[in-house]
Design a protein around this ligand. Sequence first.
Ligand code: SAH
Ligand code: CA
Length: 220
Amino acid sequence: MSAESPIIDDNLRKYIDLVGYNESELLKRNREETQKLGPLSIMQVGAAQGAFLSIICKVSNFKSCLEVGVFTGYSSLCIGSSISDESKLTVIDNSAEYLDIARKYWKLANIDKKIDVIESHAMDALSELKDRNESKFDFAFIDADKANYCEYYDLIVSMMTSGGLLCIDNTLWKGRVYDSDNHSSSTKAIRALNEKIKKDKRVDHAIMTIYDGMTICYVK
Ligand code: SAH
Ligand code: CA
């Protein structure tokens, strides 16, 4: 994330990188390989954010997890390595190229057997999961295309168990959500989702100023 973010200025970022987390060798390798993809690599979650996802997965004993938006696998490595061997992580992404990179790391982390991959547009995948009516998730992480965030949120909340936790990434969108001059489709969609969640009686929520903003929702 660059200096243009009002949440993380360069000095804060440097300090967090110094003392804010410990990153495993494998996660470090994944981050370094991802950086070779160029500017796109900023799509990857922050390291402290990954550490946070790992911790909540370790303490919560989730049985059935969902991730929408895998990229090269950083957050799925954090989640998949922190759930028990009996637990499952279903992941959705529509890029075969990124999934191939992620698969390599799941194997290296020896978590590939816990992961079910759906290579498809997230809307199709989620609608199908819902139609099958057999999927209940106690943890979900939404981090795919922003324009469809509201739709993903509704579909996923309807598939969550009571007491489950839903995390949504990039909900502060480098401050663009509160810049009234910004009307990009992603900004509008994230803004709409933030307002929707604020009114949603099905969840308790908190927007956290971690990395690019992450909302956590407790599903009642
Ligand atoms: N959580 C990841 C970052 C995700 S980046 C990490 O920790 O690194 C966003 C991902 O969403 C990309 O891999 C992209 O291929 C995927 N994506 C974008 N639009 C999508 C769609 N409509 N359906 C499924 N995946 C999509
Ligand atoms: Ca993200």
